[in-house]
Design a protein around this ligand. Sequence first.
Ligand code: BGC
Length: 900
Amino acid sequence: MILKCAKIKLMKKNDYKIHADYLRCEYLINPIAIEKKKPRLSWIVEADSPAARAKYQSAYRVIVSSSETLLSQNKGDIWDSKKIKSRNSISIEYSGKKLRAFTKYFWKVMLWDEAGKTGCWSKSASFGLGKLKSEDWKAEWICSYSQPVIKLNRHGAMPPHYFRKKFAVSKPVKSAVLYVSALGIYEPYFNGTRVGEDYLSPGWTNYHEHVYYNGYDVTKKIKNGDNAIGCILADGWYAGRFGWNHQRANYGNVPKLTAQLVIEFEDGKRKIIPTDRTWKTFAGPLVEADLLMGEVYDARKEIPNWASPEFDDSTCASPWFNPQPKTRLEAMPAEQVKIIHKFKPVKITEPKPGVYVCNFNQNISGFCSVTVSENRGKKIVLRHAERLNPDGTIYTENMRAADPTDIYYCRGDKKETYQPRFTFHGFQYLEITGVSKKPRKEDITALFISSDTPVAGKFSCSNKMLSTLFSNIYYTQRMNFVDIPTDCPQRDERLGWTGDAQVYIKTASMIADIQNFMSKWLVELKDAQYKNGDFPAVAPDILNPGSGPAWAEAGIICPWVLYEVYGDKDILKYHYDSMVRFIDFLIKQSGKKLLPPKEYHCYSDWLNHNANTPNDIIYMAYFAYAADLMSRIANVLGKKADEKKYLKLFNNIKTAFNKKYVNKDYRIMGDTQTCYILAIVYNLLDEKGKKYAGEYLVEKIKERGTHLSTGFVGTKDIMLALETIGRNDIAYKLILNDTYPSWGFSIKHGATSIWERWNGWTPEKGFETPGMNSFAHYAYGAVYSWMVENIGGIKSGAPSFEKIVVKPEVGGNLNYANCEINSIRGKIISNWKFLKNKTFKLDIEIPANSSAKIFIPAKKAADVKESGKQASRAKNIKFIGIENGCAIFEIGSGKYQFSN
Ligand code: BGC
């Protein structure tokens, strides 16, 4: 009887319901335009109380309705999945009625918990369909001129053009969505005001093949009577200057626009207003706009109301429409570029009379908004830079041929504000000239643009330098994730370098949710694959620089990392054929002996510190890694024969490597840190060899006074190699160094982002060669994955963090660290600290639908407490055993407070 009561009491105490939250369709929140006939739906599982533990979903029910009203009545007229027994909450394929193009649907989810108890409905979400077949797109491509004839400005570009269309509406409207795309970049307007918050849309693709469009809901703006659509169109990546070869028009020399407004009336009828010959076009105040070369805006030329219905466009020109491009239109599959942060100047100096320099204290990508009060026609010049010269003026030599200058000619108003939109710069400093008095801080704002990838990582600890390192990595990622992952945001480069992407992608996923962003870029990489199967060094591939080991393998590594982090097999399926073509290419060029060919291109261990690793070692390590990954990918996809074949290939490459490059005493040809790092991390040696390699790696680090000598390739894995050989003590020394070369060195010298090279600036030499000296390259930021996995102690134990390991590797005299990953299943938190009495305290949060293994330093289980009580006796906590000085427990979801 007593037992029975206790049970009832316990049940009540744990009587928490679960619900679905963060509903996404195709991994986007309420997307307006998707093109999937069977969109994939995902959510995270949340308990309604923070005290709930070991929660998971045992079943779900999805309903999709044609209206919000029906949804609120729980009527899934489009799809009612009914109760489906499944723990899966990621990528549930829609299988209801046939979806209609240009239509909005509403959906929600009901969950059942581990005990079969019904939860409550989630909040409602929506998704909109874009076109479903090419004929759905009625709009023509229009442009302002047939050929660029006038060289009006500094850089020989045509000015951006304005487009508009007036139309009338005479019956009640249910919804109105404007879909827009361009070969170039566009800014859309409706009834006089800007719509959307995106910049640089539709982004950079191989425009010859495909281009994205976006949807903008203008239902609230449309009115009975006259309405007007407006759009400004600039050169962008399509027609503007891009790359280091000073070339314009990489894809075409006339930017083009296509758009259609789809109106659905209350009576169910539809009307489409497409771009066609009836639109009007004209030039305006934007005299010049180029991604690399800045913007020129003459406010005297502004055309009031140009995008309003009232504007009289009868004398404006009609657009050109020939020839119609053959490119494929597709819905934008990722987050758009938006303003993600704003910074105010912390200081404004005047290093020379009339030259004002604002310091925003943070290197960013974007542009500035400046408010002035000057005479009509006054020319204000805004120049941008990452660093300052010793005399306090801005340092711009490292921009190479990019011209980070925006120019504004004043209208002459009492107060007027200018903000560019068709260019961006990498900068921490803004120089203003042409103003008649010192600018005020409140009149200047730096606007940070980046793809709006949801933030997924947080880190802080008792060492200030490491917290700054996290911040520098965060900002550098966001500076470079501008539509595609670029090497740098400031000089005349800004390319999607494959090597940089592969060394950094894992870290990137710990900073932000990059699933859509990277998947989108991988489409470009697949598209750019050469006929012989090799992957290029940059994607989109406008310059065709040589590729080679550690760059080309991005085509296999990046999809694999995305699968590991987000658990989505589709990405592997989609790329599998290209991966096979690539590995076949490697096999073919390596010949029977599976060795590097006589001639091949290689960037080596790029920007290493006087420690050249032989190209052949990098080649073999990445060849082996590619084979190893292929075998694992084949396993995930259930391709048994391929799995075996590639495993055999891996073993054969390993044998070839040992035979040719490894001495009897396990010294590897080249004898650099990177040689041993690669051999350890990519499993190229037998157990004994690994031990030796570990010793040699430590020796090589000590030879340099406990400093690294690695470039992009070695730095990716140096900390992982040290962790693997059990030398996190040295990893801590490296990460806490502030002497050259080290991460800390740049921080000691004022870095607010990650430098391209260890010696970007030194007290002895000042700035390194301006030909290759960016202060915002993310490659060396790859160290953050070690910080998360070791300082924070959060590791994934199964794809999509379905299983988690929390095992902080305490060291480096730290006395606390707080680390967080917002995974596809929800928040994972590991916060640890030493209390005054030396007690180790670990606060953990594990999302529902996941479980975790926790490691707490202790000699025996009884030494560990959870929320003040003996952990091994607590409900939902299972003691597993003692291993290497740690007590191991298994837990389900929820919040826990362990201490020893
Ligand atoms: C880029 C790098 C890139 C490299 C190839 C540079 O110009 O900035 O980040 O990986 O070339 O070695």
